[in-house]
Ligand binder design. Structure first.
Ligand code: SF4
Length: 329
């Protein structure tokens, strides 16, 4: 599939922890599969500990998935093969981190941060390098560019810093940017601007994005597809608008109910936040101990992701394979 730039198939990642003198395997990512099409945005949505940042590390090559556990393909080539050409891979796959304050060296001006990848990956120097820096700063709307090029990080606002981080990622002309909670540390007033910039770069620079977030609403605004993760497992995925408008999985529904809505105070008062506390074991459905619809069968069977309609997939026993309708609602 030439239009798919990134494909994850049955990817697993476990960590070994030690408790009471015994080693224990803990699942961080379990049988995760999804595709990211060229010039598309896929949002990985889940709360802290859902495995989204681990998936980002696996895709960027910072961590390795479990041996014999499925595959990660970038441009139809397995990541294992890319590992022999990691420099080239990093040029194509860039990362934008959550904290722009920590991502930049406080002693280096903007033109150094953006210019370094131009020297490393494109061998640009002198006038050509300066011109390219200006063009990239223009692209991320840091204008007037000459003024911003010489500023140090402490002279910039959080939103401007995140634009510099995005500019640095763009400098190598990547095909894919993995953006890990890129707006969560920014003031609410400037989040929309950075989200708008990511959307613009997808359209104008042709970059594909994996947008990692805990926020379903920004995912709905920005992404083409949403993948909802719970404890390392994909519980629902599909067309972004459909997943938010017609959420099927009880966990997705709870995430939507947890969004503060100033126009619906009754909904917030009625929402039981204890449902979002993590408890329970690993038998059966991963969401069983928190699910308001849990049935006896949920303790015995782990549901797998199944198509529901044309635009959605859900992993929940409420939806039978035959009828695709809830059997208990
Ligand atoms: Fe809830 Fe059962 Fe569906 Fe899991 S399979 S989400 S426990 S109803």
């Amino acid at each position: 599939m030439a239009d798919v730039i990134l494909s994850l198939s049955q990817v697993n990642k476990t960590y070994v922890t030690r408790k009471n003198g015994r080693n224990r395997n803990v699942w961080a990512v379990r049988n995760v599969s999804f595709d990211l099409k060229r010039q598309h945005i896929v949002a990985l949505v889940g709360e802290s500990g859902s495995g989204k940042s681990t998936i980002a590390k696996l895709i960027t090559g910072v961590e390795r998935s479990d041996a014999k556990s499925g595959s990660i393909l970038f441009e139809q080539k397995p990541l294992a093969e890319w590992r022999r050409h990691m420099r080239e891979y990093r040029r194509h796959v860039q990362m934008v981190f959550q904290d722009p304050y920590a991502a930049l060296n406080p002693l280096n001006p903007v033109n150094y941060a953006v210019g370094r990848p131009l020297t490393n990956y494109k061998k640009l120097r002198g006038q050509a390098r300066e011109q390219e820096i200006e063009q990239i700063l223009q692209q991320v709307h840091l204008t007037p560019v000459r003024e911003f090029a010489n500023k140090l990080p402490f002279e910039l606002s959080g939103g401007q810093l995140q634009r510099v981080v995005i500019a640095r990622a763009l400098a190598s002309s990547p095909k894919l940017i993995v953006a890990d909670e890129p707006v969560s540390m920014l003031d609410v007033s400037i989040r929309a601007e950075v989200i708008g910039l990511i959307d613009e770069l997808r359209t104008q620079a042709g970059v594909s994005f994996l947008y990692i977030t805990h926020d379903l609403i920004s995912a709905r605004l920005l992404a083409d597809e949403i993948v909802v993760l719970y404890r390392g497992t994909v519980v629902e995925s599909g067309d972004a608008k459909t997943v938010v408008r017609e959420a099927l999985h009880p966990y997705t529904q709870l995430l939507l109910q947890a969004i503060p809505n100033p126009w619906a105070p009754e909904q917030d008062e009625n929402f039981d936040m204890s449902l979002l506390e993590r408890t329970g074991d690993d038998t059966g459905c991963v969401f069983r101990s928190r699910c308001p619809h849990a049935m006896e069968a949920c303790a015995k069977t782990a549901p797998t992701l199944q198509p529901h309609g044309e635009k959605q997939q859900v992993a929940c026993l409420l939806y039978s394979a035959e009828s695709r309708e809830p059997v208990n609602s």
